[in-house]
Design a protein around this ligand. Structure first.
Ligand code: SAM
Length: 245
């Protein structure tokens, strides 16, 4: 037990417990993760990721780190952009998610380096990557400030961080979004993934995640410059971008 508390969805837990609880969620959902993403978002997650991939200014031969990469949607996009001469690392803290991602990419003929890695202690050298991405992962991390600092450390000067994450929806839509998140989402999770609790956690963790301006400030505090964000789907998600100078 430590004196430090944090959030796991709407529950307050000991800091030492959070990573284990998050691990349970993703071990449980890994097999159905991709189908659930399509069903829950009505396919919109593909648009959000497509926009993210097109935002990056990458060139052939660049080095990219996909943190909390899960089943590999962004990694696949990065690999196409940097070509065979580039380097794209698919990483995640969760072996079940990473195994699904690795197998999926292999089935598509993409052989990428894969690493089980905690974003808070990245096993990569300083100043190595041209781009670091994290999609729908930051929300689940216990020490987001430490993770952002690690992302800054491994980027080359001039390199970019892209954070795609759920954010604060526009006020007029809050009622209907809450109804969807807290009534429909857990039912879908139960029917499709046989796991209502993980999707209840998803809805709760989104509400506890820093809003657009707070995350922008956190990125500035971690050392990033030129930080800005772009809302998508009325703020349901936001893409934050920061540069290491
Ligand atoms: C919602 S999934 C996102 C997967 C993928 N990036 C996507 O957009 O589909 C969140 C991922 O974050 C990973 N994760 C949670 N905490 C992490 C940490 N401290 N370091 C690395 N990955 C973490 C989980 O294991 C999970 O695979």
């Amino acid at each position: 037990m430590s004196d430090h508390k944090t959030h796991f969805g709407f529950s307050t837990v000991d800091e030492n417990e959070k990573a284990g609880k998050v691990a349970e969620v993703f071990h449980s959902v890994a097999k159905n993760y991709d189908i659930m993403n399509d069903v829950m978002s009505g396919g919109l997650h593909r648009v959000w990721k497509h926009f993210t991939i097109n935002t990056a200014r990458l060139k052939k031969g660049d080095k990219v780190l996909d943190i909390a990469g899960g089943t590999g949607d962004l990694s696949r996009g990065w690999a196409k952009r940097v070509g065979k001469e580039g380097e794209v690392w698919l990483t995640d803290i969760n072996s079940s998610m990473l195994t699904v991602g690795r197998d999926r990419l292999l089935n598509e003929g993409l052989i990428l380096p894969v690493s089980l890695a905690d974003a808070e202690k990245l096993p990569f050298p300083d100043n190595y990557f041209n781009l670091v991405s994290v999609a729908f992962g930051l929300r689940n991390m216990t020490h987001k400030d430490a993770a952002l600092k690690e992302m800054h450390r491994v980027l080359k000067p001039g390199g970019t961080l892209l954070v795609l994450e759920f954010s604060k929806v526009y006020k007029p839509l809050e009622g209907v979004y809450d109804l969807y998140s807290f009534k429909l989402l857990p039912v879908m999770g139960k029917l499709i993934a046989k796991d209502a609790d993980s999707y209840q956690y998803l809805a709760e963790s989104i509400r506890m995640h820093p809003d657009q301006e707070t995350l922008k400030q956190m990125m500035l505090d971690a050392g990033f410059d030129s930080v800005d964000y772009h809302n998508m789907s009325a703020g349901i998600v936001a893409l934050h971008k920061g540069v290491k100078f």
